[in-house]
Design a protein around this ligand. Sequence first.
Ligand code: ZN
Length: 58
Amino acid sequence: MPQAPDEPQVFEIGDEVTGEFRCAECDLLVKSPDESDGVLVLPACPLCHSEKWRRAGA
Ligand SMILES: [Zn+2]
């Protein structure tokens, strides 16, 4: 999967992440849970069914 190192990293469904992420298509925001280990397994976007996510701005 070619990806230039200076491009923003794209995450896909099934990736285990922490923090806040936005849908690459519709900008829907999802957050990892505060409880337990705080890991979120990225779903398909509930709005547009995109499988791509970007890390939300810090
Ligand atoms: Zn979406």
